[in-house]
Structure formats: structure tokens, C-alpha cells
Write a protein that binds this ligand. Structure first.
Ligand SMILES: NC(=O)C1=CN([C@@H]2O[C@H](COP(=O)(O)OP(=O)(O)OC[C@H]3O[C@@H](n4cnc5c(N)ncnc54)[C@H](O)[C@@H]3O)[C@@H](O)[C@H]2O)C=CC1
Ligand SMILES: NCC(=O)COP(=O)(O)O
Length: 344
């Protein structure tokens, strides 16, 4: 258990009011283990959260404020930073609107500002929809791109992390047809370097063992099914190996994840979104964490979406949110103890 003074202050954004975000935030804060780990600063909407906390047991412990310059270190039980005042009926919609989109964007933007100013030690984000951001007029596809832009970060990547498997994506939210054209040895080298550095600094793995997946079936089968492996991926792997990295690839995508889950690799660098997320969610759907690596702030998130099909039914599983909070807390504590921005 962290003592009161070294308990990190974590911003927790509520996500889309019409989705399961409010419910998993309340369920997470109902867990004494979570409250022992951190001082939560929930970035959201009181009236919406109150509907998820129907007997008002959780919210009554928090200081409710709209003061952005609050000192969050002086009340260890936590805060609710009231950033929108939506009509509570939006929870019944089952889809985002421009209004809810703007609200969810505000929660994220405020969280990033607070993290950059040092008022919070890390940001944990609840699920939003890309459609919601678009309706709000945002040019960004998701948290990752928005937060990278807002923090002025160019060298970033999406990592999905669980105890058995970690995957890092070379390309994120783009059509599959555009993936081959976006690949370059330089970009794969960037992802390799960033992944290795993050595993060392944020996850405390001194000598990360990396694998790089191929793009094509059987990793191209000597060029029979494509040349991206030989032309683009292999040169990046060889260059990394020359630097002394423990790295293997390009490996056939149909077996590399099996080897990683068996413990042979600490992370698999994937070429496109679903190549990494399908095996990841098969293994870690419940307890997986999405984290943006390369940022000057710590940002973790649930690995799932808004789950409109079960929103406001009481069925949402808060495990991924709790794991995201735990990961942020561990990295924030390490960062404080070691006095650097890397969380280790
Ligand atoms: N971190 C984020 O903000 C993420 C946002 N999304 C967005 O969410 C929206 C919906 O995406 P979908 O593809 O439907 O994925 P989804 O993850 O919202 O739902 C997929 C299935 O898993 C179930 N599910 C998801 N989380 C659950 C939980 N905590 N407990 C119990 N069941 C759960 C849902 O009920 C549904 O059947 C999309 O707009 C997508 O862009 C998707 C992934 C991550
Ligand atoms: N597939 C992961 C996802 O869509 C989450 O994106 P982000 O909002 O964390 O950028």
C-alpha cells in the first residue's frame, strides 16, 4: 500500500457519457485497493456519474469542484473535477452527439493540461468513440493522436500491455489497404527503438527481447507472398541487431504471438492494428491496458471501447480500467522516486 504522501494523483477521464465509462469509473473507485494506490481526480460530469453511483456511496467521498487550479495533493480521498453539465438523458442515447463529443474531448484536454502542469502524476482515460470526437469537430482519430498532438510529441506509439503479451503498433487507425504504402525501414526502426526504451524505462525490463511480425502470410515465404519483409522490415531488424538489441524477425505473424505468450519475447512489434489487437484481446481482453508510449506524460487506458450494447445495464466489467489505474500508479510512483519522466 502506498503511504498518503507517495500516493500518486491520477486523473481519470470519464469517457463517453453514453457508454460504459461512468460505470467502470465508479466500480473502480468502489474497490479499496484502487483507493489505496492513488488519489483519483475524476474528470467528468457529476449528474452522469451519479446515475452510475445510484446509492451515492462513492461520489460522496470525493471533493466536487470545477476549480482547475485545485491542489489535488491536500485531499487524499479524491476529487471530481466537474467539466460538463450534460442532460442526464444522454446516457440513454447509445451513441455520441456533438455535445457529448465535446464533453469527452474536454475531459481529455483538461487531463493532459493537468498532467503537463504536474497537478496530476498520470492520466488514465475511459473509453470514447472516434465518431464522438469527429462530431465534436476534432481532427483526431482517438486519444493517442490527440494527446500526442497536445503534448507536441512526434515519436509516439500505441502499446497494448498485459502480463502475458505486449504488442506495439507500427500503423494505427488507417485503412488496411494503406498499410503497405505507409511502411518504411525508418518507421520500423523508430518503433523498435521506442519499444525497447519504454520496456527498459517504464516496465523495468533491462534487456528486452523483441520480435517483429511480418506483414504477409508466412512472413512473405521468400518473396512468394510479398516483399515487404525483405525490403522494409528485415533491414530495420538487422540494424537493431547491429546495435546489440535482442531482436528477432520478421517472423510469421501466425506464430509470433504464440511464442510471445509462451514467454520468449517481451513485446511483439506489429505492422498494423488488428494484427496486434486480435491476439492481444484474445489473451487480455479483460485485463489489458492501452498505453501511449513516447509521451512526456504517463497515459494509460482501458483496452476496450464504449460497449454501447451493455451501457447502463450494470454489466460492465471494470477490470481493464482497474489495471490501467494500477499501471499508471506504478509508473507514477517510480517516476517520482527516480526523479525522471520515464516512470522507472
Ligand atoms: N480506449 C478507447 O477509447 C477505445 C474506444 N473504442 C471505440 O469504442 C467504440 C465501440 O467499439 P466496439 O468495437 O464495439 O468495441 P467495444 O470494446 O466497445 O465492445 C466490443 C464487445 O465487448 C464488450 N465489452 C467491451 N468492454 C467491456 C467491458 N468492460 N465489460 C463487459 N463487456 C465489454 C461489448 O459489450 C461488446 O460486446 C468504437 O467507436 C471504438 O472506436 C474502441 C477501443 C478502445
Ligand atoms: N484500438 C484501440 C483504440 O481504438 C483506442 O484508441 P485511443 O483512443 O487510445 O487512441
Amino acid at each position: 500500500m502506498n503511504t498518503q504522501s507517495d500516493r500518486p494523483i491520477l486523473g481519470i477521464s470519464m469517457g463517453d457519457p453514453a457508454g460504459i465509462g461512468p460505470e467502470i469509473v465508479i466500480k473502480s473507485l468502489a474497490d479499496p485497493e484502487i483507493l489505496n494506490l492513488c488519489t483519483p481526480v475524476v474528470l467528468g460530469d457529476f449528474k452522469i456519474l451519479k446515475q452510475a453511483d445510484f446509492n451515492y456511496k462513492i461520489l460522496q467521498k470525493l471533493v466536487i469542484t470545477d476549480d482547475l487550479i485545485s491542489d489535488f495533493s491536500n485531499f487524499p480521498k479524491g476529487f471530481l473535477l466537474q467539466l460538463s453539465s450534460l442532460n442526464p438523458d444522454v446516457t440513454k442515447l447509445g451513441h455520441p452527439t456533438p455535445e457529448t463529443g465535446r464533453a469527452m474531448e474536454t475531459y481529455i484536454n483538461t487531463g493532459v493540461d493537468l498532467a503537463l502542469s504536474g497537478a496530476i502524476d498520470a492520466l488514465v482515460t475511459g473509453p470514447i468513440t472516434k465518431t464522438g470526437l469527429k462530431l465534436a469537430g476534432s481532427p483526431f482519430h482517438g486519444h493517442t493522436e490527440l494527446i500526442a498532438h497536445k503534448t507536441g510529441t512526434e515519436n509516439f506509439a500505441m502499446m497494448m500491455a498485459g502480463p502475458r503479451l505486449k504488442v506495439v503498433l507500427t500503423t494505427i487507425h488507417i485503412p488496411l489497404s494503406q498499410v503497405p504504402g505507409r511502411l518504411s525501414s525508418m518507421e520500423i526502426t523508430r518503433i523498435i527503438n521506442l519499444t525497447r526504451e519504454t520496456l527498459i524505462t517504464r516496465f523495468g525490463i533491462p534487456n528486452p527481447r523483441l520480435a517483429v511480425a511480418g506483414l504477409n502470410p508466412h512472413a512473405g515465404e521468400q518473396g512468394m507472398f510479398g516483399n515487404e519483409e525483405a525490403d522494409v522490415i528485415l533491414p530495420a531488424v538487422l540494424q537493431a541487431r547491429e546495435k546489440g538489441f535482442d531482436i528477432t524477425g520478421p517472423l510469421p505473424p501466425d506464430t509470433v504471438f504464440f511464442h510471445a505468450v509462451e514467454g520468449r519475447f517481451d513485446a511483439v512489434i506489429c505492422i498494423y492494428h488488428d494484427q496486434g489487437l486480435i491476439p492481444f484481446k484474445l489473451v487480455h481482453f479483460r485485463d489489458g491496458v492501452n498505453t501511449t508510449i513516447g509521451l512526456p506524460i504517463i497515459r494509460t487506458s482501458v483496452d476496450h471501447g464504449t460497449a454501447y450494447d451493455i451501457a447502463w445495464t450494470g454489466k460492465a466489467d471494470p477490470t481493464s480500467m482497474k489495471e490501467a489505474i494500477k499501471m499508471a500508479a506504478v509508473q507514477a510512483v517510480n517516476q517520482k522516486r527516480h526523479g525522471n519522466r520515464n516512470g522507472n
